[in-house]
Write a new protein. Structure first.
Length: 191
C-alpha cells in the first residue's frame, strides 16, 4: 500500500514476532493528551488465519483517532480507516468504520469548534457520506466531499493523488444530494 519508513515513524506503526499480534501491523492512536486511546492490528498476509483486524475493546463512538495531531480550527479530512489515514495530509482522522453521528465524540468536537470537514469515505459509503454531510451541515459546518475516482479507497491512492483529489473536493449542498439521488434513477419504463 505504499507505506514509507517515514509513515512508520509518524504513526508509530509496529508489529510483533510472537503472540496474538504476530504478523500484524499495529497502528496506535493517541488522545489530545498523548495517551494511547485505541489501536488497530491488521494482518499483513494470509499466513495469519484469524480475523483481518484486531481492535481495542473501546466503543468507537468515544474515540477520536489520533486526536493529538488534530487542529480543530483547520479543515479536517475524515476517512474510514487507519490505512486511509496514512495517505492523508496532516490534519486528518479516521472513523474506524463508516459511522459518524450525533452523540459521537468526534461529531461533538466538530460542531463545538465549527471545524470545516472533507469527507473522504469509500465509494461504497456514498449514501452514508451524504447523510453525514447533511447532519453536519445542519449545525452550520462547511462540508466538502472528496471523490476517490477509480480507487477503492484513499488507502489505495498515492499521497500525491490524494492531495490532487482533495483540491477537487466539492462543497456539499442539499442540491448536490438531490443530484446524487437523481443520478441513481434508472431510466426506462416500468413493466
Amino acid at each position: 500500500r505504499g507505506i514509507s519508513k517515514a509513515d512508520l515513524w509518524k504513526f508509530g506503526i509496529g508489529t510483533c514476532k510472537t503472540g496474538r499480534f504476530r504478523r500484524r501491523m499495529i497502528i496506535p492512536s493517541f488522545d489530545a493528551d498523548g495517551e494511547l486511546n485505541y489501536y488497530v492490528a491488521r494482518k499483513i498476509d494470509d499466513e495469519t488465519s484469524s480475523m483481518k483486524y484486531l481492535n481495542a475493546k473501546v466503543p468507537k463512538k468515544n474515540v477520536i483517532f489520533n486526536e493529538l495531531r488534530i487542529n480543530w480550527k483547520e479543515t479536517l479530512t475524515i476517512v474510514e480507516g487507519p490505512l486511509d489515514l496514512i495517505k492523508c495530509d496532516d490534519n486528518a482522522t479516521c472513523l474506524l468504520g463508516s459511522e459518524i453521528r450525533e452523540g459521537y465524540e468526534i461529531f461533538n468536537l466538530i460542531v463545538k469548534n465549527q471545524t470545516p470537514i472533507i469527507l473522504a469515505l469509500d465509494p461504497d459509503a456514498i449514501e452514508k457520506t451524504h447523510k453525514f454531510a447533511r447532519s453536519l451541515a445542519s449545525y452550520g459546518i462547511d462540508v466538502k466531499i472528496l471523490d476517490v475516482g477509480n480507487f477503492e479507497d484513499v488507502g489505495a491512492m498515492k499521497k500525491t493523488e490524494f492531495l490532487e483529489a482533495k483540491k477537487r473536493a466539492k462543497r456539499w449542498t442539499q442540491e448536490s444530494q438531490l443530484f446524487h439521488m437523481i443520478s441513481k434513477i434508472k431510466s426506462g419504463s416500468i413493466v
